[in-house]
Design a protein around this ligand. Structure first.
Ligand code: PLP
Length: 288
């Protein structure tokens, strides 16, 4: 089946999908994106994704190209035309096409592009084995809370992980604390049984899966603390895990060369993964 992309109001063959060379996304990474997962044909927490997209666009003073209802129609249509029932829709909005100049153009129409791909969101192999992460310095700009398409440090980090035989790289700030993965949020479970993830300030992207899992944790009554944790604390933790829209909740069993706990997926990580999958099965909190 050939894939279909949405580009500025038109559904076209993926192989023919183009934006102009002076699109500011291409020239300056001047744009934002979202990755919205879908399971059983239902988007998971689409409302939270659109809320975050609005926040990112507002932070960059890029106009929102259409209202939420219209955006949902296009998202569903892109998924439908690509026969996606389990997978994700990628949507990207840039400031638009203008003669190359750092300052914002007087008039530019934001570019809106969407694609969709099928993907298994819970990979049984990853769940059974758990994954390894490496640690790297966080070299990003000071606003990773904005979901901008400026992802070069993330790409370099993921490549370093791949070369080290790891699945993800956890980025570490100047104080030695883990901020987040290159495309996921980072969590640990302390030996005292407390679930810990960094507070969502300007230093991390506030993951929609993170928010969903926080709701699951609150409903289950597990102890939780949103605070910084160091690499040393993570290596000495009972369990570790990561969250992202396209992988849900995955146990982390090794950080650099140190096994976490007994080096196997932890019991709480497995429980949280199962509870989050139940939460996602009904579309998350907003069921859109
Ligand atoms: N942190 C970063 C840097 C990311 O790029 C992502 C997702 O791409 C996440 C966290 C997880 O966010 P979400 O759960 O919304 O997919």
């Amino acid at each position: 089946m050939s894939r279909i992309a949405y580009v500025n109001g038109r559904y076209i063959a993926h192989r023919d999908a183009r934006v102009h060379i002076e699109d500011r996304g291409y020239q300056f990474a001047d744009g934002c994106y979202e990755v919205v997962a879908m399971r059983n044909g239902v988007f998971i927490d689409a409302g939270l994704h659109l809320q975050r997209l609005r926040r990112s666009l507002a932070a960059l003073s890029i106009a929102f190209p259409m209202n939420d209802a219209a955006l949902m129609v296009v998202m569903n249509e892109v998924a439908r035309r690509n026969l996606v029932r389990e997978g994700f829709v990628y949507l990207q909005i840039t400031r638009g096409v203008a003669t190359r100049d750092f300052a914002f153009p007087g008039k530019a129409r934001p570019s809106l592009v969407m694609t969709a791909r099928s993907k298994l969101l819970v990979d049984p192999k990853l769940m059974a084995s758990g994954i390894k992460v490496i640690t790297i310095p966080d070299q990003r700009w000071a606003r990773p809370d904005i979901k901008s398409v400026s992802l070069l440090p993330n790409a370099l980090g993921k490549e370093a992980a791949k070369k080290a035989g790891a699945y993800e790289a956890w980025q570490v700030d100047r104080d030695g604390n883990v901020t987040e993965g290159t495309s996921s949020n980072a969590w640990i479970v302390t030996k005292a049984g407390e679930v810990v993830t960094r507070q969502a300030d300007q230093g991390i992207l506030n993951g929609v899966t993170r928010l969903g899992l926080l709701r699951v944790i609150a409903a289950s009554g597990f102890r939780l603390s949103e605070r910084p944790f160091s690499v040393a604390e993570a290596k000495g933790a009972a369990e570790a895990l990561l969250t992202s829209s396209t992988n849900f909740v995955v146990p982390v069993v090794r950080i650099d060369d140190t096994p976490v706990g007994d080096g196997k997926p932890g019991p709480l990580a497995k429980k949280l993964a199962a509870s989050y999958a139940d939460y996602a099965a009904i579309g998350g909190s907003d069921k859109s």
